[in-house]
Ligand binder design. Structure first.
Ligand SMILES: NC(=O)c1ccc[n+]([C@@H]2O[C@H](COP(=O)([O-])OP(=O)(O)OC[C@H]3O[C@@H](n4cnc5c(N)ncnc54)[C@H](OP(=O)(O)O)[C@@H]3O)[C@@H](O)[C@H]2O)c1
Length: 306
């Protein structure tokens, strides 16, 4: 009797192990089917894979922002740094660089600083080389520098004025891009953002040559985007309205001018640099992965049309 029981038990144990083995096989089969369809899905839709990461994160990215010790450039450096990028700030004056570096460090942003007048070829090369030496590569360029040495009727502007404005506002934006692109290509891609202006759409009175230079940046964005898309580099632009910075103080300190502008504004106030910085960081993030050759106007509602 006991022998029969042991025998039945052994048969049961054998059948049980067999079912477990079969079950495991089936599971292993369906797990591998599941995994292979996930991988197939990621292969077919690479973007779906990226979506699972934080899309606004710029951790591991290196960003050069020109003219970034004040105003919109500093706000862009802050926004990129807060998303995890190592930012390289620069401007013409060392004390301004030191101040910006200290401010960003106090906000736990990884930052390196150097002087760079973007109108000077040696300075541009030094900025790029220092970034490579200290950060190991370049993923993002925000070309933000601009000057306006002339106020008045465009017919009164001189050749010197045009040379200066076009050299800093347009030519240096292109030459900085030309310097960084080979390094972005080594990283498998990157982002370039130019800073234009609402004046690029509607020339501002007394700011003729400056306005024309800002229109040129809209064209530069469109011209570069298709060429650099082959290298997985997106090229975009922001066109701020009136933003409260030192550069525009001649406008916002004058109540008459501001009242006139407010008539065109839907949001009845002038903008803050951070409201531009955030848009620049967005353009450099994976959230904007399908945007290139585009200019985002950030104007509080001023109509922008060429
Ligand atoms: N504020 C606005 O309402 C407004 C509107 C539309 C567009 N924008 C555009 O936004 C950009 C930034 O303007 P912002 O208003 O932020 O100016 P901002 O507050 O006056 O700051 C200008 C920054 O540029 C640096 N800089 C000036 N000339 C330079 C040069 N040749 N090379 C390198 N750095 C230089 C300055 O530092 P150093 O003095 O140390 O060089 C400073 O860090 C410009 O492209 C401007 O056209 C501004």
């Amino acid at each position: 009797m006991a022998g029969v029981c042991i025998c039945k038990y052994k048969v049961f144990k054998f059948k049980f192990s067999l079912s477990i083995l079969l079950l495991l096989r089936i599971c292993r089969g369906s797990i591998s089917v599941m995994l292979s369809s996930v991988f197939r899905c990621l292969r077919t839709y690479p973007v779906a894979g990226q979506r699972s990461m934080s899309q606004s994160s710029l951790v591991g990215k290196v960003a050069i922002v020109t003219a970034s010790t004040d105003g919109i450039g500093l706000a862009a450096a802050q926004a990129l740094g807060k998303r995890g990028a190592h930012v390289v700030v620069s401007s013409r004056r060392q004390p301004n660089v030191d101040k910006a570096v200290a401010l960003l460090q106090s906000q736990s942003i990884r930052v390196t600083g150097t002087t760079c007048n973007v109108g000077n070829g040696e300075d541009r090369e030094k900025l790029v080389q220092m970034t490579l030496d200290q950060c190991g590569g370049i993923d993002i360029l925000v070309s933000n520098a601009a000057v306006n040495p002339f106020l008045g009727n465009i017919m009164d502007s001189t050749e010197d004025v045009w040379d200066k404005i076009l050299s800093i506002n347009v030519k240096s934006a292109f030459l900085m891009t030309k310097l960084v692109v080979p390094h972005m290509e080594k990283r498998g891609g990157g982002n370039v953002v130019f800073v234009s202006s609402v004046a690029g759409y509607q020339p501002m009175q007394a700011l003729g040559p400056y306005s024309v230079s800002k229109t040129a940046l809209l064209g530069l964005t469109r011209a570069l985007a298709p060429e650099l898309a082959h290298s997985n580099i997106r090229v975009n632009c922001v066109a701020p309205g009136i933003i409260k910075t030192r550069f525009s103080s001649v406008l916002w300190r004058n109540e008459e001018i501001i009242d006139e502008f407010k008539k065109q504004l839907s949001i009845k106030r002038i903008g803050e640099p951070e409201e531009i910085g955030g848009v620049i960081a967005f353009l450099c993030s994976e959230e904007a992965s399908y945007i290139t050759g585009e200019t985002i106007t950030v104007t509080g509602g001023i109509g922008c049309r060429l």
